[in-house]
Each structure stands twice: as C-alpha cells, then as structure tokens.
Design a protein around this ligand. Structure first.
Ligand SMILES: [Cu+2]
Length: 195
C-alpha cells in the first residue's frame, strides 16, 4: 500500500512537470515567431528611399568631394552648391565653430517643417543619409546622389540656427540645362552650334 501511494505521488509530480513543459513549449511559440520577425528585419538590405532632392549615394561612385564649413556665425561656407543631375557628391562638412552644427539636405518646405519640429523637441534624435551631425572641430562625410532637378537647400536644423538663417542653396540641373545656362550669354547661333 505504501509503495503504491508513493508511486502515485511520483506520477502526479511527473504529470505536473509534463504540464509545465507543455506550458513552456506553448509560451515559446509566440517567442519564436517574434524572433523570426526581428531576424528578417535585421537581415533585410537597407532600402534607399527616393527623396525629391535625390537618393542615398554610393561613396565609390562619388565624382567629387565638396568641402563645406559650418560657422558659429550661423552660416555655411560656401552658401551655394551646384550639382549636375545624376551626380553623386561626397559632401565633407567641417565644423569650424565651438557648437554643434548639422547639414541637412531637403526642399525649402521639408527643412522648414523639420526645423519647426526641432524647435518643439530640441533633444530629438534623427539620422538619415541626407544629413550629417558634426561636433565642434570635427568633420563628417555625407554621400548623396542628386538624381532630381531642382533648387533645394541645405540647412542646420538645430533649434535657433535655421531661424538665424543657417541655410545654403543647392542647385541640381541636367547636363544640357547647365550647358544652355552657360551659353545663354552667347548669341543664339553659337549656342545651337554646340548641339
Ligand atoms: Cu548650426
């Protein structure tokens, strides 16, 4: 009698263990599914998002390097960059000042909207391939392909800087448009000769 009693106890304990194992297995199902989801996201290739002002560039395809200084007078030097449509530029931003500056490419509208957000949330973290955050005394590279024509701008969106006029002009045009603009000063006959 005693033996049977102890045996049923063991069975009960085993049963409980089996049940616990089942519950554990059950709880692992959503965990595994979740794990699979994050793995897929981590291994996915970074998507280059087309923006009205271009697309993330490949550093090996950069045709030239453009040096831009950020100054504590809330200005960029130079204040204008010209690019040919399709050109990939390596923009090397040097912070010559004592405070943090940034270089953000966009349209007038997108930068104005972004600057408004930065004014409301000064601590906001943001990082995109069309922006560079440069600590004082340091330099950062930004590689961007200008595959859309237009007049864009680069700006420092740090609260107060944009409002103080820390903005530059970025002009992108096709090779033929650039040629036409260059020969606009000449008489029409000579500009037709080129074609
Ligand atoms: Cu700035």
């Amino acid at each position: 009698m005693k033996r049977i009693h102890s045996l049923s106890r063991i069975t009960a304990r085993t049963g409980a263990a089996a049940l616990a194992a089942l519950l554990l297995a059950g709880s692992q199902v959503p965990a595994l599914a979740h794990g699979g989801h994050t793995d897929a996201a981590a291994t996915a290739a970074p998507v280059k998002e087309q923006k009205p002002w271009g697309i993330a560039g490949d550093a090996r395809r950069a045709t030239r390097t453009v040096d831009v200084d950020t100054l504590d007078s809330m200005r960029f030097s130079p204040e204008r960059i010209d690019a040919r449509r399709g050109e990939t530029l390596r923009i090397r931003v040097h912070n010559r000042g004592q405070v943090m500056h940034e270089f953000v490419i966009g349209t007038k509208a997108s930068n104005a909207e972004h600057a408004e957000m930065m004014l409301k949330h000064p601590g906001m973290e943001h990082d995109e391939p069309y922006m560079a955050h440069v600590p004082p005394g340091e330099s950062r590279d930004l590689v961007w392909q200008f595959n859309r024509d237009g007049e864009f701008e680069y700006a420092c969106l740090i609260a107060g800087h944009y409002q103080a006029g820390m903005v530059g002009t970025l002009r992108v045009q096709g090779a033929s448009a650039a040629k036409a603009a260059a020969s606009a000063a000449k008489p029409p006959a000579s500009s037709h000769k080129g074609h």
